[in-house]
Design a protein around this ligand. Structure first.
Ligand SMILES: C[C@](O)(CO)[C@H](O)COP(=O)(O)OP(=O)(O)OC[C@H]1O[C@@H](n2ccc(N)nc2=O)[C@H](O)[C@@H]1O
Ligand SMILES: Nc1ncnc2c1ncn2[C@@H]1O[C@H](COP(=O)(O)OP(=O)(O)OP(=O)(O)O)[C@@H](O)[C@H]1O
Length: 278
């Protein structure tokens, strides 16, 4: 038996840093969505637990126990053997939850393969602050340090362009470089949006509080946001701690793809992809 699980890119459409806990972790208020672009996990029964990493973005991704996929597999009580393949399409350390989404997909795959219950929420959170939201695969308002999740229903459909300037960004360095750790949250309740254009107008009034620190440490992020804006997006912003930026496009299946071609022609060394919000 072989089971497969998709590990979609996670996008923080907004990312407000609203405080800091005594252990140093930051309190967040973030609107998170997933895109139909991502990595693929497959798993089959084996005598021992083994990981192979393949795919266009596999270079540099560890196959040893430092990979979040194997850390996730170790969370099951009395974990058994499995041969896991991780097909990497998302760049690592890029703010779109690659490792966390892989870990969540691995948990889904192994709980099916081994017919065992998923680990509890505390263990998921300890694996990575983004792991609980990556278990949902649906649009969420994410608060706390990542554990406080509420479904966001009724978001309009939209297409998304993802662009990364080819640099890895370490999340702790960006949090450490924050100028202000106590910023206002998003409004409660969130507004309802008629369409992608209305969502984009609202996003312009919101923030990613990690963006200024990320641009200071990695100035090319600013060039990416300019390029995504010039390629005709309704809104352009940075996801997570960067350096991947996203553009919001109408859900016509065409505009984001045209923008993708434009960006690839002008910046052949950047990583880019286009897809739909899940
Ligand atoms: C920036 C986001 O991607 C937004 O969704 C996440 O908050 C980060 O999620 P993640 O990479 O899964 O985070 P973890 O692996 O748990 O933490 C990496 C590092 O980021 C910092 N960190 C992370 C999450 C959080 N709420 N506050 C933090 O200060 C901590 O320094 C931590 O050592
Ligand atoms: N499955 C994995 N895929 C990619 N990187 C991994 C994985 N497991 C461990 N890593 C290591 O974790 C580091 C962070 O990668 P990851 O893709 O999780 O980025 P991230 O920017 O922290 O994601 P986010 O902030 O959106 O949660 C990488 O430098 C890599 O060495």
């Amino acid at each position: 038996m072989k089971v497969e699980a998709f590990a979609p890119a996670k996008i923080n459409l907004t990312l407000h840093v609203t405080g800091q806990r005594e252990d140093g972790y930051h309190l967040l208020d973030s609107l998170v969505v997933f895109v139909d672009v991502g990595d693929v996990i497959s798993a089959e029964i084996a005598d021992t637990l083994r990981l192979r990493v393949t795919g266009p973005k596999s270079e540099g991704v560890p196959e040893n126990n430092s990979n979040l996929v194997l850390k996730a597999a170790a969370l099951f009580d009395g974990s058994k053997g499995a041969f896991i393949t991780l097909e990497k399409h998302l760049p690592a350390a890029s703010g779109i939850g690659g490792g966390s989404s892989d870990a969540a997909a691995c948990l889904r795959a192994l709980s099916g393969l081994w017919d065992v219950q998923l680990p509890d929420q505390d263990r998921l959170l300890a694996l990575g602050a983004d792991v609980p939201v990556c278990m949902t695969l649906t649009s969420q308002r994410m608060a706390g340090i990542g554990e406080d999740l509420s479904d966001v229903d009724g978001l309009p459909e939209f297409d998304i362009l993802l662009v990364n300037p080819g640099v890895e960004v370490a999340t702790p360095a960006i949090f450490n470089a924050l100028q202000s750790r106590h910023n206002p949250p998003m409004p409660t309740p969130l507004p309802r949006f008629e369409d992608a254009a209305a969502l984009a107008v609202w996003l312009k009034t919101q923030r990613n509080d990690l963006q200024p620190a990320a641009i200071t440490l990695e100035p090319s992020i600013s060039d990416v946001i300019d390029a995504v804006t010039e390629a005709g997006s309704l809104y352009a912003g940075m996801s997570g701690s960067g350096a991947t930026c996203f553009g919001v496009f109408p859900p016509d299946g065409v505009s984001a793809k045209l923008a993708l071609e434009q960006i690839r022609a002008a910046h052949p060394n950047w990583w880019s992809a286009a897809g739909k919000r899940l």
